[in-house]
Design a protein around this ligand. Sequence first.
Ligand code: SF4
Length: 99
Amino acid sequence: MGIEPQFQKVEEKLFQNRYLVDSGQPHIKVMPHDKPSKNLLAMTHLCPAGCYSQAENGQVELTADGCLECGTCRILCEPAGEITWEYPRGGYGILFKFG
Ligand code: SF4
């Protein structure tokens, strides 16, 4: 007997997804920067999949593996040219059918 789905933690629900990595071809890229903007820094807290992090040198980095394609970073950062955002190539990316 497991925990009812509505009482699972977010991490447990995310674990039910599957992600097919398109090696060497991330569908989102952070543009080079010296000092991250407020929006880029915000993504280290807002991304539901935890794809954004801040490196020791202060720059914001992205690991697109596990991206849920929610579009939050696209709305916040793409208009200002801070990131490039495309859907993964066909057959790659997130698969939601297991959760
Ligand atoms: Fe994170 Fe959503 Fe952006 Fe993917 S689209 S990196 S899940 S904020």
